[in-house]
Design a binder for this molecule. Sequence first.
Ligand SMILES: Cc1cc2nc3c(=O)[nH]c(=O)nc-3n(C[C@H](O)[C@H](O)[C@H](O)COP(=O)(O)OP(=O)(O)OC[C@H]3O[C@@H](n4cnc5c(N)ncnc54)[C@H](O)[C@@H]3O)c2cc1C
Length: 345
Amino acid sequence: MTAEEPVPSVAIIGAGPCGLFQVFELGLLGIRAHVFDSLKVVGGQCAELYPDKPIYDIPALPVCGAQELVDRLMQQIRPFDPQFHLGEEVTTLIPDGAGRFTVGTAGGTQMTAGAVVIAAGLGAFQPRRLGVDGAEAFEGNQIQYRVRDAQQLAGRRLVIFGGGDSALDWAVALAPAARSLTLVHRREHFRGAPATVARMRELQAAGRIQYIEGIAQAVLSDGAELHGVRIKGNDGTTHEVAADQVLVFFGLHPKLGPIAQWGLALERKALAVDTEKFQTSVPGIFAVGAINTYPGKKKLILSGFHEAALAAFGIQHHLFPQQKQFLQYTTTSPIMHKRLGVPDI
Ligand SMILES: Cc1cc2nc3c(=O)[nH]c(=O)nc-3n(C[C@H](O)[C@H](O)[C@H](O)COP(=O)(O)OP(=O)(O)OC[C@H]3O[C@@H](n4cnc5c(N)ncnc54)[C@H](O)[C@@H]3O)c2cc1C
């Protein structure tokens, strides 16, 4: 393509810190990004696994909370107006043979991208499943891993599994309108906010929540419909609890999933890349951050930021192979000032 033609957008798979910084590095070069993440929120591991923990090895930020880092990255990329597709797992990546790609998600979204950056970290976060025989048949209807419509649960018999914030928040929120609500957690101690645990205990004392310390043993069904769950209590007793709807909040775990099927060279579940452009074995598909591997690779956020900077130049070359590349400084480049929306002084 020539420099006069419109610049095709780039698809970034993964909205973790490295995917977000990739938006910035592409934006400086005048390239717009679409960002996909299977999670409904941006930030990857920082937001999902350790939002409140301090990070000490981000250059020039002696200490920075993990969620704060994500918030700062979002602020930094705002001038480049990326299009986010959150809650959308990318399942297909099809090259057209001429350097362009069709990216498809489980939800049916499709886009044509001029290049692709896989910034998928450890893989797409998926809910941990109930994991008892027969549960699979009811997943997506009577067994849910997130609440889609709280109003639909009013007047119903609910069983909630889990001991973290999600399980507790929903138990407290749904108990007043439910016909019955049983909360099941495998340990004495909860991982949720103390105030929510206290509220849950109040509702338990008031008879609005039944609490069982134990684990799921089986789903009770007539084959077509689930009508309850069998729970093995930690004290050895077995409970058969009637249920119309089961909600499971065991947290999320990452899964490499479809990425392994895209025909890209892998080394021990990571995408093999070069260290000049961080390109995978397929020209036009790049990989940055925790998903890639090369000699000496360290899974650090700062390494991912460096990779994103060089990948952006690799992508620019992929889109405009004839164009000469210049290194410009954000301090002094008028075109970069324009793209950043800052005064050119
Ligand atoms: C407890 C803990 C503490 C840490 N402390 C530090 C530290 O102090 N310093 C440091 O440098 N690093 C630290 N790390 C490591 C750091 O968090 C990771 O290296 C970093 O998050 C990697 O960023 P990333 O953008 O590559 O991927 P991730 O943060 O893993 O984000 C990848 C995103 O891609 C999404 N995704 C994957 N596949 C798909 C798909 N097919 N479709 C759509 N979306 C997809 C995932 O849902 C996820 O949101 C720590 C990690 C943990 C767990």
